[in-house]
Design a protein around this ligand. Structure first.
Ligand SMILES: *Cc1c(COP(=O)(O)O)cnc(C)c1O
Length: 403
């Protein structure tokens, strides 16, 4: 019999690219988690905007276990029913007509950026391959996606980067107008920058990006890995802004904790990914698709989406009041249940301190860069759990701020 693993084991056996907290959760139910010592936490982090229906949601457990007893894996030489059902639902619910499945956000974006370049070169010639992205954006950690991401610290140190990628300031229409040309294959935008600090796009910016892409025959790609599947109060955030992309990527909440990613696009663009141009061993596997179908069925209802918007108001109102009383926050921003408390000047750079203090009080929150405390709870978190989590968070803020 081996001993129960502990946090100390991490440093003995794991590659040191993460610095996990000193407690290890072992069980979850809804928006509560318990660690090895039996301490309870309210989960306002949602596994970084992934656990869309909390932990061990009965519908997801049922979908997973039912599929687990039937069929786990085939391969892409065969198709399967859960993948076809899920794709049909995503097509019916969005602008898209075609879906490509993979296993993560980075893979969904890798597919999107490759497809955009393939489409551009096929339709506009060999010089039409440039990708315009935003500073501070985040699109995943494969070498292509991390280079499209606008945080050089993540792509530094690995030798020559993939080329043809430029970065402009987010929400800057004039910068986009100056950067875009007939050589542009795609403009890539997060409707709300998640990792970059929970910073929403302006409607005018997205509208201008749409118009400029049309003018220069470039594709508009929305990375909705963090903002999609109800997170922002509509099924995808592009609906909130009323601007339709050509390619959309999804992951995170889509699987509710089971790894899956998806790239959505139109039939006319999809046809440039002909047989053999791209692929994934596990993409579209029956287990992942069965779980994601249950997520979509549960999230994409008028009741759940209205609930998300109501919980947004509840969360923001309380955070604003905590901010007023402690002076810790400069402002609270975000959409739906993706909300950031931007730290006031004296607390800049200390988001991690708030996160650690919160865990001490029994509530999990996230940071989004050094200056923003981020909240991405379950989309169906009961109001009582939200209130309890925020009461604990208020104690943590008072402990850090000393008032
Ligand atoms: C998390 C995230 C990704 C990367 O997803 P992975 O599943 O970690 O590869 C890409 N884009 C955005 C906007 C994200 O928030």
């Amino acid at each position: 019999m081996s001993q129960t693993p502990s946090r100390a084991d991490f440093d003995q056996v794991m590659v040191p690219n993460y610095a996990p907290a000193d407690y290890i959760p072992v069980r979850g139910e809804g928006s509560r988690l318990w660690d090895q010592e039996g301490r309870e936490y309210v989960d306002l982090a949602g596994g970084i905007a992934v656990s869309a229906l909390g932990h061990a949601h009965p519908k997801l457990v049922a979908a997973l276990t039912e599929q687990a007893g039937k069929l786990w894996h085939l391969s892409n030489t065969l198709t399967n029913e859960p993948a076809l059902r899920l794709a049909r639902k995503l097509v019916d619910a969005t602008f898209a007509e075609r879906v490509f499945f993979c296993n993560s956000g980075a893979e969904a974006n890798e597919a999107a950026f490759k497809l955009a370049r393939k489409w551009a070169i096929d339709t506009g010639g060999a010089d039409k391959y440039e990708i315009i992205s935003a500073t501070n954006s985040f699109h995943g950690r494969s070498f292509f996606t991390v280079t499209v991401g606008g945080q050089p610290k993540y792509s530094d140190g690995f030798g020559p980067r993939p080329g043809g990628i430029t970065h402009i300031a987010y929400n800057d229409i004039e910068a986009l107008r100056a950067a875009i040309s007939d050589k542009t294959a795609a403009v890539v935008i997060e409707p709300v920058q998640g990792e970059g600090g929970v910073l929403p796009a302006s409607r005018e910016y997205l509208e201008a990006a749409r118009a400029l892409c049309d003018q220069h025959k470039a594709l508009l790609v929305f990375d909705e890995v963090q903002t999609g599947v109800g997170r922002c109060g509509t099924f995808f955030a592009y609906e909130t802004f009323g601007v339709v992309p050509d390619i959309l990527t999804s992951a995170k909440s889509l699987g509710g904790g089971f790894p899956i990613g998806a790239m959505l696009t139109t039939a006319a663009i999809a046809k440039h990914f002909g047989v053999g141009t791209h692929g994934s061993t596990y993409g579209g596997n029956p287990l992942a698709c069965a779980v994601a179908e249950a997520v979509v069925d549960t999230v994409n209802t008028p009741e759940t989406l209205a609930g998300i918007r109501a919980k947004h108001d509840r969360l923001v109102t309380r955070l604003e009041s905590i901010g007023r009383e402690t002076g810790a926050f400069a402002l609270v921003r975000g959409l739906g249940l993706l909300v950031g408390a931007v730290l006031a000047e004296p607390y800049k750079g200390r988001a991690k301190d708030f996160m650690v203090a919160a865990a001490k009080e029994g509530v999990m929150v996230l940071q989004a860069g050094p200056d923003v405390v981020r909240f991405a709870p379950s989309l169906v978190i009961p109001d009582a759990d939200l209130d309890e989590g925020l009461a604990r968070f208020e104690r943590a803020v008072r402990a850090v701020a000393g008032r």
